[in-house]
Design a protein around this ligand. Structure first.
Ligand code: UT7
Length: 325
């Protein structure tokens, strides 16, 4: 069996920062509420003329450099976003052009915040069948452009970022056990409208804007804790390992309370968890690759380490992967 392994990783965040003092100045909130209920202190915000594919291209280039590959070595680009520049072309095709990946097929997919782990699972299939050798996964979102900054329940949570990884055929073990799933009964718990003209959905939005994200926060939180814990426990168990064998967990960074409750169900403590939540907030699918990239740079991850990546998000969806670095 051919193994699929992450051979390069890269992250990008824009320079502009909205800190909690700024959030206090635009909505009825407080630093104390935001930190206690979410754990977020700052979020990064894209420039007015900086779009999803611009950030995606920067992260993609970093991942390629980190993998020591040229763009022409990539066979497939898959890109996860809920804030695409266009419905067509796909953002993946724009990134393919921007980096000059002339040999790559390219498509976008939508698993919301579960996008990175879903991408690893997609990449693993293409590699294990022998169809492709090098796949570039890119996760990028300009959530700030889809955020209603009059809605205090959502605007304090989101930020912008992009993260990318190269997954290659390898003799070494890489992406080991995985789990992904969906619960469409919760489909309307997080919504962002496309062509659907749905009065009920539009009325839910504070400013009645069609183009913003709406969320039933509590319902998502309840789903997230169970989904993250169950999926993580499953990938560890199915690998024949225990939590003692796992060096680090890199979770989706939506809310500190979600992470805290989920890790209690896994029976682990926070020293095994890598968090970027405080400085970037929830950046959708890019949370995990941005955090992973930073953890590698900071020496928190070493060759041979077993790492659990776990995400959840709109759909509702979830995904977990146990990877060997
Ligand atoms: O990536 C995946 C997607 N999303 C998530 O994972 C989000 C999951 N959900 C959450 O993180 C939390 O549900 C939130 C952070 C969104 C909200 O926290 P909560 O503890 O569930 O608060 P709540 O919605 O029950 O609201 C409690 C109170 C309400 O006031 P009243 O009705 O009790 O007077 C809200 O209006 O907190 C109020 N509130 C705020 N107060 C100050 C909501 N947002 C704010 C705010 N500042 N920013």
């Amino acid at each position: 069996m051919i193994n699929a392994k992450i051979t390069g990783i890269g992250g990008y965040v824009p320079e502009k920062i909205y800190d909690n003092a700024y959030m206090e100045s635009i909505v009825d909130t407080s630093d104390e509420w935001i930190v206690r209920r979410t754990g977020v202190k700052e979020r990064r915000i894209s420039a007015d003329d900086e779009y999803t594919t611009d950030m995606a291209t920067k992260a993609a280039k970093k991942a390629l450099e980190n993998a020591g590959l040229g763009a022409e070595d990539i066979d497939l680009i898959i890109l996860a976003t809920v804030t695409p520049d266009y419905f067509t072309p796909s953002c993946a095709c724009v990134v393919q052009r921007n980096i000059g990946a002339v040999n790559a097929a390219a498509f976008d997919y939508n698993a919301a915040c579960s996008g990175f782990v879903t991408g690893l699972i997609i990449a693993k299939q293409f590699i294990q069948t022998g169809m492709y050798k090098n796949i570039l996964i890119v996760c990028a979102d300009t959530l700030s452009k889809a955020t209603d900054y009059t809605d205090r329940a959502t605007c304090v949570l989101f930020g912008d970022a992009a993260g990318a990884a190269v997954v290659s055929a390898s003799e070494e073990e890489g992406i080991m056990t995985t789990d992904m799933g969906a619960d469409g009964t919760g489909a309307l718990s997080i919504t962002s409208l496309a062509y659907r003209n749905d009065d009920e959905e539009i009325e839910k939005r504070v400013a009645h804007r069609k183009d913003t994200i709406w969320m039933a926060g509590q319902a998502v939180m309840k789903f997230a804790v169970k989904a993250m814990a169950d999926a993580s426990n499953k990938v560890v168990r199915e690998a024949g390992l225990t939590w003692d064998d796992i060096s680090l967990v890199v979770p989706h960074q939506a809310n500190y309370r979600i992470v805290d409750s989920a890790i209690k169900r896994m029976g682990i403590t926070e020293d095994k968890v890598y968090l970027t939540l405080e400085k970037y907030g929830n950046t959708s699918a890019s949370c995990i690759p941005v955090a992973l990239s930073e953890a590698v740079e900071k020496g928190r991850i070493k060759k041979g380490d077993n790492i659990v990546l776990v995400g959840f998000g709109g759909g509702l969806t979830w995904g977990a992967a146990l990877i060997r670095w």
